[in-house]
Structure formats: structure tokens, C-alpha cells
Design a protein around this ligand. Structure first.
Ligand SMILES: [Zn+2]
Length: 323
């Protein structure tokens, strides 16, 4: 069986072709072409799928598409896509259009959710029954595996943990979504940048202040590098990041009684500096049971959207075959 994974991003579309033994046959990165509208885009991916169908004509081919934004996974519709510049449709029936063009009905799922499946298959080898995967980057996203299956919720939007409120929603920091007090506003890149810039004002002679200088070319790596040099201000920023992330993970563990949490995405590279504070929050919870055996891991595969999509396509096809 052949699985095709399509990971749609605002700048690139990544395509992966693999079989059910995990061998990758082809991977491609195409520029997302907005100029010809959604139909032109469907042709762009559809031609790739048709090509693979022809190449593996003797095998079953299945497809999953990870799309950024709000996805109706049952109907395969992208309901809202702020990062894609298509203006010709309000609600984009991506699965229908691709099926018409290729003859294959793809799974269309939120991209962070499929990346979570990729982490579950590769990092965890499907070990763990109830797993939370947290993607830490500019945005903070999540994916949930419940009873060893991807949990998408009633409307396909499960796992939007970045917008879980961990502070007062009238005075907390502003999030990219327009609300205040979201987890993302504390532990996403923008939250880390906000605290860094404040620290520079308060401690203009710190190592951190010298490394960052202005906010114009801010990178989270700079805060990690300053922490590596034992800068107390940088260490404090990571300590706070760990604390806030710990609050979010503690809330979710209390609700879901997880066995494993995996951190992924660019910011997780600084886990060395924020993990002690995160663990402390979990250790200090009054209800102990959900935290006693909770495994906290950092993914070794931070960019797994496309592979995760291909793996999910294969997993879905196999589950369907066995039913
Ligand atoms: Zn938010």
C-alpha cells in the first residue's frame, strides 16, 4: 500500500510518498501557487497524486492532506484558512475537488493534528494510549491521541491548546487570536519575545540585552544562547516559559489523565532550560495520580507534517481494511 502525505503551508506544499513499511519513495517541496485560485492549486497537487497513482498502478494508493486552519475532517472542507491567500472560495471543499481530479478521496485534517500523528508513529512507535503532542513555535498547537487513535473532536478542531486561557482574560497579554490570557501569548515566540524586550529595558547590561539588541531580528535561539552563557535574565525567561507551559499541561492532564506528553516545534529545542520549571509545576499539583507516571518527552522530529500525513493515510486505509 502507498500513502501520499500532503502538507499545505502558506509558502510551501510538502509532498511525501511512502509505503506501509515506512520506506519513503519520494518527497517534494513545491511553492504554494495562489495565482490560479483553489482550482489551480488542486491541479498542482492532483497532478502529483495522479503521477504516483500511475507509478504504483499495481498497489492501493491513499492520500491525507494536512491543511492549516479550521478543517471539517468529515466533509474534507477547509472552513477558515487565514494563512492561505486563496480568495475565490469562502469554504473550500478540498476533498471533493481532489477526488474529482484524481479519483481518490483524501482525508483532509488540520495540519498540526497530522503532525501529532507523525510524532506518535515515529517518536513513540505508537507506544502510549492517551498522548498529548504540543507544537511550540510562533503559534502553539496541539494534537491528541486518545485510546491510540487521533482525537479530532466533534467538529475537527480538538487540540487548539494555544488558546486555552491560563491568565485573566481582561488584563492578560494579548494573543494573535485577539483574546487575552491564552497559553500561546505566554509560551509562543511572541510571548517569549515580549518578555525578552521587557527584560532588556529592565536590565540593559545583561548578556541577553547584548545578544538581542533590538526586537527587529529577534529569534528564540538568541534567548537560548544567552541562557547557555548563564545569563540570569535569559534563564528567568525560560523558567517563566516552563512555568506557563506547565500550567497548560497540568490542566490538560487533569482533564484527560494522559500517559505521555511530547513537545515538538522550534521552541522545544530550548527544553533544557524550561523543562525544570515545567516539571516543578506538575510535581506541585495537589492531585498527584495523573502526574506520577506521566512521561514528558521532546520530539526528535520537529518537521513531521508531511510524513505524518502519509502515515495517517496508511493508518486510516489499514483500519478501514480490517473492519
Ligand atoms: Zn489566543
Amino acid at each position: 500500500m502507498i500513502g501520499i502525505g500532503v502538507d499545505i503551508g502558506g509558502t510551501f506544499v510538502k509532498l511525501y510518498v511512502m509505503n506501509d513499511h515506512g520506506e519513503i519513495f519520494r518527497q517534494e517541496k513545491l511553492e504554494t501557487n495562489f495565482s490560479k485560485g483553489t482550482k489551480g492549486f488542486v491541479t498542482q497537487i492532483g497532478d502529483f497524486i495522479n503521477d504516483i497513482k500511475e507509478q504504483f498502478a499495481d498497489q492501493r494508493v491513499c492520500v491525507a492532506v494536512g491543511a492549516p486552519g479550521d478543517v471539517d475532517h468529515e466533509k474534507g472542507i477547509l472552513r477558515y484558512n487565514p494563512n492561505l491567500k486563496f480568495t475565490d472560495v469562502q469554504e473550500w471543499p478540498l476533498a471533493d475537488q481532489l477526488e474529482k481530479y484524481t479519483g481518490l478521496r483524501p482525508q483532509v485534517v488540520n495540519d498540526a493534528t497530522l503532525a501529532a500523528w507523525g510524532v506518535y508513529e515515529t517518536d513513540l512507535q505508537r507506544q502510549g494510549t492517551n498522548v498529548l503532542i504540543v507544537t511550540l513555535g510562533t503559534g502553539v498547537g496541539g494534537g491528541l491521541i486518545i485510546n491510540k487513535e487521533l482525537y479530532q473532536g466533534s467538529h475537527g478542531t480538538a487540540g487548539e491548546i494555544g488558546h486555552m486561557k491560563i491568565a485573566d482574560t481582561s488584563v492578560g497579554p494579548l494573543c494573535g487570536c485577539g483574546a487575552r490570557g491564552c497559553l500561546e501569548a505566554f509560551v509562543g515566540t511572541i510571548g517569549i519575545k515580549r518578555r525578552t524586550l521587557q527584560s532588556i529595558v529592565d536590565h540593559p547590561d545583561s548578556i541577553l540585552a547584548k545578544m538581542v539588541k533590538t526586537g527587529a531580528d529577534f529569534k528564540v535561539d538568541q534567548v537560548a544562547k544567552a541562557a547557555e552563557k548563564d545569563c540570569p535574565q535569559a534563564l528567568k525567561i525560560w523558567q517563566d516559559t516552563g512555568y506557563y507551559l506547565g500550567l497548560g499541561i497540568a490542566n490538560l492532564s487533569l482533564i484527560l489523565d494522559l500517559d505521555t506528553v511530547v513537545l515538538t516545534g522550534g521552541v522545544s529545542g530550548a527544553a533544557l532550560y524550561f523543562m525544570p520549571a515545567l516539571k516543578q509545576v506538575l510535581e506541585h499539583q495537589q492531585i498527584k495520580t495523573p502526574f506520577k507516571k506521566l512521561k514528558l518527552l521532546v520530539s526528535k522530529n520537529p518537521n513531521i507534517g508531511g510524513v505524518g500525513a502519509a502515515m495517517y493515510a496508511l493508518h486510516q486505509a489499514q483500519t478501514y481494511l480490517h473492519k
